[in-house]
Design a protein around this ligand. Structure first.
Ligand code: DLL
Length: 433
């Protein structure tokens, strides 16, 4: 165990630690984050009213829209001179959401990841290949510093170039692979096709950043003969490592000394009892740069406190089974339909109509994104070249907004099925299995 004292801390002590940290954080945020102060004032609450975890449900929620409204740095609780790193993720609009970390925040993040690697049996003899994207996405750098902290040999390949990823795995002796589960499946199939499974030293994989099922886990495990573990996180709360599986592969431990999870009913906002399914809400306890209270993740999951075989006392969350908003995760990238709509609005009305459909599918374990847009009558009568030119223009606008490629098809006027109720804009054909 990486930090036995904390990871096996009796639950009463853990709760006392949470209470102490929560009280301090509420006070600090009240003094430094105007949006939080305004929400507290609206409820007639003062920091002195919060004595510990029992008072958590009195506190106001926070939302993704808060990040948008305070873009880029308005929710940070320390001066920018103390922020040493920023990361970003998709917002519901063209603007990204931005998160910031102090030196200590990065240290705590590496601590979470170090606990995770140790929990699945990796140590300083491991060769950890990080095939999460490096950059503004939290996956690459997030996993990187934790792998380094346990003294492993880090192989920072980032995403893409599948053949080279596999060659690197063989030549450098990779024992642990970190990637999205869909990319892991793709790599596994390529490894099978290349007939190089026997040349690998791979023992385990840590996969996350998108939903996946136990069936998908089994398929990956069988194809490349490894153990596959789940890791969960979100940029707003920290990045990867908010929760992760241990060797028991039975739910993800949430590091409760740093985060308090709750499950709420997304309609009534009531806190639900242990085991019930609802929306996950997180409160950070140690974050300095960008702390959050009761952040509504929109992820659907449940929590349970039963002791785990591994001896860790921190509660576990079930694999998120979906979302309570319309965010899609395509090739590990968060995409909101509203971002696509914003791009289409920018295209000349003479060229396209407001009728469009977003089709997401999974072909050879790779997510595909197709966007059908009805062209205008005048474009319909135009030369094929000008249709292709418009398709190319929209494709490139979408790439720069979403950060991933999409296939754009200008389709004939009135060819997209009309609906009598709400338009069905998104067709997600992916069946997770
Ligand atoms: O995806 C952080 C991450 C990186 C997690 C690498 C794990 C591994 P965001 O880009 O902000 O951060 O996306 C966060 O992704 O709210 C979930 O909807 C989804 N998600 C993340 N991990 C899992 C998982 C990173 N293990 C959003 N299972 C979250 C299901 C997941 N969904």
């Amino acid at each position: 165990m990486w930090n036995e004292k904390i990871e096996k801390m009796p639950r009463e002590n853990l709760r006392a630690l949470q209470s102490e940290r929560l009280v301090a954080q509420v006070k600090r945020m009240y003094e430094n984050v105007p949006t939080f102060k305004a929400r507290m004032d609206e409820k007639g609450l003062k920091p002195a009213d919060i004595h510990g975890v029992d008072d958590l449900s009195k506190l106001p929620f926070s939302y993704k829209s808060d990040l948008r409204d305070n873009y880029p740095y308005g929710l940070f609780a320390v001066p920018m001179s103390e922020i040493v790193r920023v990361h970003a993720s998709s917002g519901t609009t063209g603007k990204q959401i931005v998160v910031g970390y102090t030196e200590n925040d990065l240290e705590m993040w590496a601590e979470c990841i170090a606990r995770m690697f140790t929990a699945i049996g990796a140590d300083n003899n491991a060769f950890i290949q990080i095939s999460f994207g490096y950059g503004l996405f939290t996956g690459g750098l997030g996993a990187h510093y934790g792998a380094q902290k346990i003294g492993a040999t880090v192989i920072p390949t980032s995403t893409g170039n599948t053949q080279r990823q596999i060659q690197t795995m063989i030549d450098f002796g990779t024992t642990v692979l970190c990637s999205t589960p869909s990319y892991a499946l793709y790599l596994a199939e390529e490894i099978e096709a290349m007939g190089v499974k026997d040349k690998l030293k791979l023992k385990m994989g840590i996969f996350g950043a998108e939903p996946w099922t136990d069936d998908m886990r089994r398929t990956i495990e069988e194809k490349v003969n490894i153990k596959a573990y789940d890791i969960y996180g979100l940029s707003e709360i920290m990045g990867p490592g908010v929760a992760c599986e241990c060797e028991a592969q039975d739910g993800m431990h949430v590091w409760e000394d740093m985060f308090i999870p709750e499950i709420i009913d997304p309609e009534t906002l009531e806190v639900l009892p242990e085991g019930e399914t609802g929306e996950l809400v997180f409160t950070t306890l140690t974050k300095e740069g960008f702390p959050l209270i009761r952040y509504r993740t929109r992820d659907i999951s449940s929590l349970y406190f039963e002791p785990c075989k591994c001896g860790r006392t921190h509660l576990r969350m079930r694999k998120p089974s979906g979302r309570s908003d319309d965010m899609l995760i395509i090739r590990g990238v968060n995409v909101f339909p509203s971002q696509i709509e914003e791009v289409l609005i920018k295209v000349s009305e003479g060229d396209i109509t407001p009728n469009y459909q977003i089709i997401v599918d999974r072909v050879n374990n790779n997510d595909t994104l197709d966007i059908n847009v009805e062209m205008s009558e005048s474009m319909f009568e135009d030369e094929i070249e000008s249709v292709e030119k418009t398709e190319k223009k929209i494709t490139s606008m979408l790439r720069s907004t979403l950060g991933i490629g999409a296939k754009v098809h200008l389709v004939n006027p009135k060819s997209i099925e009309r609906s009598e109720g709400k338009a069905k804009r998104v067709i997600d054909k992916r069946i997770l299995h």
